[in-house]
Design a protein around this ligand. Sequence first.
Ligand code: SAH
Length: 351
Amino acid sequence: MTTLADLLKRRIATTGPITLADYMSEALLHPEHGYYTTRDPLGATGDFVTSPEISQMFGEMIGLCLAQAWMDQGRPNGVLAELGPGRGTLMQDILRATKGVAGFHDALALHLVEASPVLRAAQSARLPNPTFHADVSTLPDAPLFLVANEFFDALPVRQFQRDGTGWRERMVGLDSDTLTMGLSAAAPLALLEHRLADTKDGDIVEVCPALPAIMGQIGERIGTHGGAALIIDYGDWRSQGDTLQALRGHQPVDPLHAPGTADLTTHVDFEVITQSAAPARFTRITPQGVFLERLGITQRAQSLAQSMSGDALESHIAAHRRLTHPSEMGDLFKVVGIYPDAHTPPAGLEP
Ligand code: SAH
Protein backbone atom coordinates (compact mmCIF):
# COMPACT_ATOMS: atom_id res chain seq x y z
CA MET A 1 0.00 0.00 0.00
CA THR A 2 1.27 3.46 -0.85
CA THR A 3 1.88 5.57 2.26
CA LEU A 4 1.97 9.35 2.57
CA ALA A 5 5.73 9.05 3.14
CA ASP A 6 6.02 7.36 -0.29
CA LEU A 7 3.99 10.14 -1.94
CA LEU A 8 6.05 12.89 -0.28
CA LYS A 9 9.36 11.21 -1.16
CA ARG A 10 8.29 10.90 -4.79
CA ARG A 11 7.26 14.57 -4.85
CA ILE A 12 10.54 15.74 -3.27
CA ALA A 13 12.62 13.52 -5.59
CA THR A 14 10.86 15.11 -8.57
CA THR A 15 10.49 18.79 -7.64
CA GLY A 16 12.86 19.28 -4.71
CA PRO A 17 12.58 19.97 -0.96
CA ILE A 18 9.30 21.35 0.43
CA THR A 19 8.67 23.87 3.21
CA LEU A 20 7.76 22.59 6.67
CA ALA A 21 4.34 24.22 6.19
CA ASP A 22 3.75 22.13 3.05
CA TYR A 23 4.88 19.04 4.92
CA MET A 24 2.60 19.74 7.91
CA SER A 25 -0.32 20.51 5.66
CA GLU A 26 0.02 17.17 3.85
CA ALA A 27 0.64 15.22 7.08
CA LEU A 28 -2.39 16.72 8.84
CA LEU A 29 -4.92 17.26 6.06
CA HIS A 30 -4.05 15.11 3.00
CA PRO A 31 -7.50 14.00 1.75
CA GLU A 32 -6.64 10.30 1.87
CA HIS A 33 -3.76 9.95 4.33
CA GLY A 34 -3.94 13.07 6.54
CA TYR A 35 -3.83 12.68 10.30
CA TYR A 36 -7.03 14.65 10.94
CA THR A 37 -8.82 13.51 7.79
CA THR A 38 -8.61 9.85 8.70
CA ARG A 39 -9.24 9.61 12.47
CA ASP A 40 -10.50 10.91 15.80
CA PRO A 41 -7.21 11.51 17.58
CA LEU A 42 -8.56 12.69 20.93
CA GLY A 43 -8.90 11.15 24.34
CA ALA A 44 -7.32 8.43 26.43
CA THR A 45 -7.31 5.92 23.55
CA GLY A 46 -6.04 8.49 21.03
CA ASP A 47 -2.85 10.49 20.72
CA PHE A 48 -3.51 13.53 22.92
CA VAL A 49 -6.01 14.94 25.44
CA THR A 50 -7.39 18.50 25.38
CA SER A 51 -8.97 20.63 28.13
CA PRO A 52 -12.62 19.94 27.17
CA GLU A 53 -11.88 16.20 27.24
CA ILE A 54 -10.41 16.54 30.75
CA SER A 55 -13.48 18.08 32.40
CA GLN A 56 -16.90 19.51 31.55
CA MET A 57 -15.95 22.53 33.72
CA PHE A 58 -13.73 23.91 30.95
CA GLY A 59 -16.60 24.27 28.48
CA GLU A 60 -18.94 25.52 31.19
CA MET A 61 -16.62 28.44 32.02
CA ILE A 62 -16.19 29.28 28.31
CA GLY A 63 -19.97 29.12 27.80
CA LEU A 64 -20.69 31.50 30.65
CA CYS A 65 -17.99 33.88 29.46
CA LEU A 66 -19.46 34.00 25.92
CA ALA A 67 -23.02 34.34 27.25
CA GLN A 68 -21.95 37.23 29.50
CA ALA A 69 -20.37 39.00 26.49
CA TRP A 70 -23.58 38.41 24.51
CA MET A 71 -25.72 39.93 27.29
CA ASP A 72 -23.31 42.87 27.77
CA GLN A 73 -23.66 43.66 24.06
CA GLY A 74 -27.46 43.77 24.15
CA ARG A 75 -28.28 40.15 23.18
CA PRO A 76 -27.79 40.49 19.40
CA ASN A 77 -28.83 37.89 16.83
CA GLY A 78 -25.76 36.34 15.29
CA VAL A 79 -23.43 33.36 15.25
CA LEU A 80 -21.99 30.99 17.84
CA ALA A 81 -18.90 29.50 16.22
CA GLU A 82 -16.05 27.15 17.01
CA LEU A 83 -12.83 26.53 15.10
CA GLY A 84 -11.62 22.91 15.10
CA PRO A 85 -14.27 21.49 17.46
CA GLY A 86 -12.68 18.00 17.74
CA ARG A 87 -15.33 15.63 19.11
CA GLY A 88 -17.76 18.48 19.81
CA THR A 89 -17.28 18.14 23.56
CA LEU A 90 -16.47 21.80 24.20
CA MET A 91 -19.50 23.06 22.27
CA GLN A 92 -21.73 20.50 23.98
CA ASP A 93 -20.61 21.79 27.38
CA ILE A 94 -21.05 25.42 26.23
CA LEU A 95 -24.61 24.70 25.10
CA ARG A 96 -25.52 22.86 28.29
CA ALA A 97 -24.05 25.58 30.54
CA THR A 98 -25.94 28.33 28.70
CA LYS A 99 -29.34 26.59 28.60
CA GLY A 100 -30.57 28.86 31.36
CA VAL A 101 -29.46 32.07 29.62
CA ALA A 102 -32.77 33.28 28.20
CA GLY A 103 -32.67 33.81 24.43
CA PHE A 104 -29.02 32.81 23.94
CA HIS A 105 -29.66 29.61 21.96
CA ASP A 106 -32.41 31.19 19.86
CA ALA A 107 -30.39 34.28 18.99
CA LEU A 108 -27.24 32.49 17.83
CA ALA A 109 -26.92 29.98 14.97
CA LEU A 110 -24.27 27.29 15.38
CA HIS A 111 -21.40 27.39 12.86
CA LEU A 112 -18.37 25.09 12.96
CA VAL A 113 -15.11 25.39 11.04
CA GLU A 114 -13.80 21.85 10.60
CA ALA A 115 -11.60 20.28 7.93
CA SER A 116 -11.92 16.63 8.94
CA PRO A 117 -14.84 14.55 7.61
CA VAL A 118 -14.38 12.07 10.47
CA LEU A 119 -14.61 14.80 13.11
CA ARG A 120 -17.49 16.55 11.28
CA ALA A 121 -19.45 13.32 11.67
CA ALA A 122 -18.63 13.17 15.39
CA GLN A 123 -19.69 16.80 15.81
CA SER A 124 -22.94 16.29 13.88
CA ALA A 125 -23.84 13.40 16.15
CA ARG A 126 -23.50 15.52 19.30
CA LEU A 127 -24.54 19.04 18.28
CA PRO A 128 -27.86 20.47 17.04
CA ASN A 129 -27.85 21.37 13.30
CA PRO A 130 -24.40 22.83 12.85
CA THR A 131 -23.49 24.61 9.63
CA PHE A 132 -20.01 23.48 8.56
CA HIS A 133 -17.29 25.60 6.98
CA ALA A 134 -13.92 24.63 5.53
CA ASP A 135 -12.46 27.92 6.77
CA VAL A 136 -13.51 31.18 8.46
CA SER A 137 -13.99 33.12 5.20
CA THR A 138 -17.54 31.79 4.75
CA LEU A 139 -18.77 32.54 8.30
CA PRO A 140 -21.78 34.92 8.09
CA ASP A 141 -21.22 38.68 8.35
CA ALA A 142 -22.93 39.02 11.73
CA PRO A 143 -22.15 39.40 15.45
CA LEU A 144 -19.72 36.56 16.13
CA PHE A 145 -19.26 34.72 19.44
CA LEU A 146 -16.39 32.34 18.81
CA VAL A 147 -14.10 29.93 20.61
CA ALA A 148 -10.99 28.15 19.38
CA ASN A 149 -9.19 25.70 21.68
CA GLU A 150 -6.06 24.05 20.31
CA PHE A 151 -6.96 25.02 16.76
CA PHE A 152 -4.15 27.43 15.90
CA ASP A 153 -1.45 25.02 17.12
CA ALA A 154 -2.50 22.63 14.32
CA LEU A 155 -1.91 25.16 11.53
CA PRO A 156 1.19 24.61 9.38
CA VAL A 157 4.23 26.79 10.06
CA ARG A 158 7.41 27.64 8.20
CA GLN A 159 10.68 27.71 10.13
CA PHE A 160 13.56 30.10 9.48
CA GLN A 161 17.05 29.98 10.91
CA ARG A 162 18.94 33.23 11.23
CA ASP A 163 22.19 33.54 9.26
CA GLY A 164 23.81 36.97 9.57
CA THR A 165 21.18 39.48 8.51
CA GLY A 166 19.45 36.86 6.35
CA TRP A 167 17.47 33.71 6.98
CA ARG A 168 17.68 30.10 5.80
CA GLU A 169 14.42 28.21 5.59
CA ARG A 170 14.25 24.75 7.15
CA MET A 171 13.06 22.48 4.33
CA VAL A 172 11.97 18.85 4.26
CA GLY A 173 14.17 16.99 1.79
CA LEU A 174 15.55 13.52 1.14
CA ASP A 175 18.72 11.85 2.38
CA SER A 176 18.96 8.63 0.33
CA ASP A 177 15.43 7.38 0.98
CA THR A 178 14.73 9.10 4.31
CA LEU A 179 12.83 12.35 4.87
CA THR A 180 15.21 14.80 6.49
CA MET A 181 15.41 18.45 7.49
CA GLY A 182 17.72 20.69 5.45
CA LEU A 183 18.38 24.42 5.05
CA SER A 184 17.81 26.65 2.03
CA ALA A 185 20.35 29.30 1.02
CA ALA A 186 20.39 32.44 3.19
CA ALA A 187 18.36 35.39 1.95
CA PRO A 188 17.03 38.59 3.51
CA LEU A 189 13.32 38.43 4.38
CA ALA A 190 11.11 41.49 4.78
CA LEU A 191 8.67 39.37 6.80
CA LEU A 192 11.29 38.83 9.51
CA GLU A 193 12.99 42.25 9.44
CA HIS A 194 11.69 43.02 12.96
CA ARG A 195 13.07 39.76 14.33
CA LEU A 196 16.67 40.83 13.63
CA ALA A 197 16.37 42.91 16.81
CA ASP A 198 15.62 40.00 19.16
CA THR A 199 17.43 37.01 17.62
CA LYS A 200 21.04 35.98 17.10
CA ASP A 201 22.83 33.83 14.54
CA GLY A 202 21.45 30.27 14.49
CA ASP A 203 18.14 31.14 16.22
CA ILE A 204 14.98 29.64 14.73
CA VAL A 205 11.69 31.51 14.37
CA GLU A 206 8.37 30.14 13.18
CA VAL A 207 5.87 31.83 10.89
CA CYS A 208 2.30 30.60 10.41
CA PRO A 209 1.28 31.81 6.92
CA ALA A 210 -2.48 31.23 7.40
CA LEU A 211 -2.78 32.94 10.78
CA PRO A 212 -3.03 36.67 9.87
CA ALA A 213 -5.85 36.12 7.35
CA ILE A 214 -7.85 33.94 9.76
CA MET A 215 -7.57 36.43 12.62
CA GLY A 216 -8.22 39.28 10.18
CA GLN A 217 -11.57 37.77 9.19
CA ILE A 218 -12.57 37.19 12.82
CA GLY A 219 -11.47 40.69 13.86
CA GLU A 220 -13.30 42.22 10.92
CA ARG A 221 -16.62 40.61 11.93
CA ILE A 222 -16.27 41.37 15.64
CA GLY A 223 -15.02 44.91 15.02
CA THR A 224 -17.84 45.68 12.58
CA HIS A 225 -20.82 43.71 13.91
CA GLY A 226 -19.90 42.92 17.52
CA GLY A 227 -19.25 39.67 19.34
CA ALA A 228 -16.27 38.17 21.14
CA ALA A 229 -13.63 35.54 20.47
CA LEU A 230 -11.73 33.42 22.98
CA ILE A 231 -8.51 31.97 21.58
CA ILE A 232 -6.95 29.33 23.82
CA ASP A 233 -3.71 27.57 22.97
CA TYR A 234 -0.24 26.81 24.13
CA GLY A 235 2.36 29.33 23.18
CA ASP A 236 3.51 32.76 24.14
CA TRP A 237 3.73 36.38 23.07
CA ARG A 238 6.31 35.81 20.32
CA SER A 239 7.55 32.69 18.52
CA GLN A 240 11.01 31.70 19.69
CA GLY A 241 12.81 28.52 18.64
CA ASP A 242 11.77 25.21 17.09
CA THR A 243 8.52 24.19 18.83
CA LEU A 244 7.40 21.51 16.35
CA GLN A 245 6.14 18.49 18.25
CA ALA A 246 4.78 15.14 17.08
CA LEU A 247 2.66 12.97 19.38
CA ARG A 248 1.52 9.42 18.87
CA GLY A 249 -0.22 7.49 21.66
CA HIS A 250 0.65 10.34 24.09
CA GLN A 251 4.39 9.89 23.34
CA PRO A 252 6.68 12.32 21.49
CA VAL A 253 7.91 10.86 18.18
CA ASP A 254 10.04 12.02 15.22
CA PRO A 255 7.88 14.52 13.25
CA LEU A 256 9.34 13.33 9.92
CA HIS A 257 8.70 9.64 10.57
CA ALA A 258 5.50 8.12 9.12
CA PRO A 259 3.70 11.38 8.21
CA GLY A 260 -0.06 11.22 8.68
CA THR A 261 0.13 8.91 11.70
CA ALA A 262 1.09 11.42 14.43
CA ASP A 263 -0.33 14.75 15.57
CA LEU A 264 1.90 17.71 14.65
CA THR A 265 1.68 20.96 16.59
CA THR A 266 3.67 24.11 17.25
CA HIS A 267 3.41 26.85 19.86
CA VAL A 268 1.12 29.69 18.90
CA ASP A 269 2.48 33.21 18.42
CA PHE A 270 0.00 35.40 20.33
CA GLU A 271 1.63 38.57 19.09
CA VAL A 272 0.57 37.74 15.53
CA ILE A 273 -2.90 36.67 16.74
CA THR A 274 -3.52 40.02 18.44
CA GLN A 275 -1.85 42.19 15.80
CA SER A 276 -4.02 40.67 13.07
CA ALA A 277 -7.35 41.23 14.85
CA ALA A 278 -7.93 44.87 13.85
CA PRO A 279 -10.39 46.61 13.76
CA ALA A 280 -11.40 44.60 16.86
CA ARG A 281 -9.51 45.10 20.12
CA PHE A 282 -7.63 42.42 22.03
CA THR A 283 -7.07 41.65 25.72
CA ARG A 284 -3.83 40.84 27.49
CA ILE A 285 -2.74 37.26 27.08
CA THR A 286 -3.68 35.48 30.29
CA PRO A 287 -2.64 32.07 31.61
CA GLN A 288 -5.47 29.53 31.31
CA GLY A 289 -5.37 28.79 35.06
CA VAL A 290 -5.84 32.46 35.98
CA PHE A 291 -8.63 32.88 33.42
CA LEU A 292 -10.55 29.82 34.68
CA GLU A 293 -10.10 30.84 38.34
CA ARG A 294 -11.47 34.31 37.61
CA LEU A 295 -14.53 32.75 35.98
CA GLY A 296 -15.19 30.69 39.10
CA ILE A 297 -13.97 27.20 38.20
CA THR A 298 -13.09 26.42 41.82
CA GLN A 299 -16.61 27.20 43.08
CA ARG A 300 -17.99 25.07 40.24
CA ALA A 301 -15.57 22.26 41.13
CA GLN A 302 -16.69 22.37 44.76
CA SER A 303 -20.34 22.28 43.86
CA LEU A 304 -19.87 19.30 41.51
CA ALA A 305 -17.75 17.55 44.16
CA GLN A 306 -20.67 17.47 46.61
CA SER A 307 -22.37 14.66 44.73
CA MET A 308 -19.16 12.66 44.16
CA SER A 309 -17.14 10.13 46.13
CA GLY A 310 -14.35 7.58 45.70
CA ASP A 311 -12.60 7.33 42.32
CA ALA A 312 -14.93 9.83 40.63
CA LEU A 313 -14.08 12.47 43.26
CA GLU A 314 -10.35 11.74 42.98
CA SER A 315 -10.37 12.14 39.22
CA HIS A 316 -12.55 15.29 39.46
CA ILE A 317 -9.99 16.88 41.80
CA ALA A 318 -7.15 15.81 39.48
CA ALA A 319 -8.98 17.33 36.48
CA HIS A 320 -9.42 20.68 38.23
CA ARG A 321 -5.73 20.70 39.07
CA ARG A 322 -4.73 19.68 35.56
CA LEU A 323 -6.68 22.53 33.94
CA THR A 324 -5.54 25.25 36.35
CA HIS A 325 -2.27 24.42 38.10
CA PRO A 326 0.81 26.31 36.81
CA SER A 327 2.86 23.11 36.60
CA GLU A 328 0.16 21.41 34.48
CA MET A 329 -1.93 23.24 31.81
CA GLY A 330 -2.53 26.40 33.85
CA ASP A 331 0.51 28.33 32.66
CA LEU A 332 1.56 26.73 29.37
CA PHE A 333 -1.86 27.45 27.87
CA LYS A 334 -2.81 31.08 27.28
CA VAL A 335 -6.08 32.84 26.57
CA VAL A 336 -6.64 36.00 24.59
CA GLY A 337 -9.98 37.72 24.03
CA ILE A 338 -11.01 39.67 20.91
CA TYR A 339 -13.83 42.22 21.38
CA PRO A 340 -15.36 45.32 19.79
CA ASP A 341 -14.16 48.85 20.43
CA ALA A 342 -17.31 50.06 22.15
CA HIS A 343 -17.49 47.25 24.71
CA THR A 344 -15.70 45.81 27.73
CA PRO A 345 -13.41 42.76 27.38
CA PRO A 346 -14.87 39.27 27.90
CA ALA A 347 -15.13 38.25 31.59
CA GLY A 348 -11.88 37.01 33.10
CA LEU A 349 -9.70 39.05 30.73
CA GLU A 350 -8.18 42.55 30.92
CA PRO A 351 -7.72 45.22 28.25
N1 SAH B 1 -10.84 21.99 19.91
C1 SAH B 1 -10.84 20.55 20.12
C2 SAH B 1 -9.95 19.79 19.14
C3 SAH B 1 -8.54 20.24 18.95
S1 SAH B 1 -7.69 19.27 17.73
C4 SAH B 1 -10.50 20.24 21.55
O1 SAH B 1 -10.10 21.15 22.27
O2 SAH B 1 -10.65 19.09 21.96
C5 SAH B 1 -7.70 20.34 16.31
C6 SAH B 1 -9.01 20.46 15.61
O3 SAH B 1 -8.86 21.37 14.51
C7 SAH B 1 -9.55 19.18 14.99
O4 SAH B 1 -10.96 19.23 15.05
C8 SAH B 1 -9.04 19.27 13.56
O5 SAH B 1 -9.71 18.44 12.66
C9 SAH B 1 -9.24 20.73 13.28
N2 SAH B 1 -8.37 21.31 12.24
C10 SAH B 1 -7.03 21.20 12.15
N3 SAH B 1 -6.55 21.93 11.12
C11 SAH B 1 -7.62 22.52 10.54
C12 SAH B 1 -7.77 23.40 9.43
N4 SAH B 1 -6.72 23.83 8.72
N5 SAH B 1 -9.02 23.82 9.11
C13 SAH B 1 -10.09 23.40 9.84
N6 SAH B 1 -10.00 22.57 10.90
C14 SAH B 1 -8.78 22.12 11.25
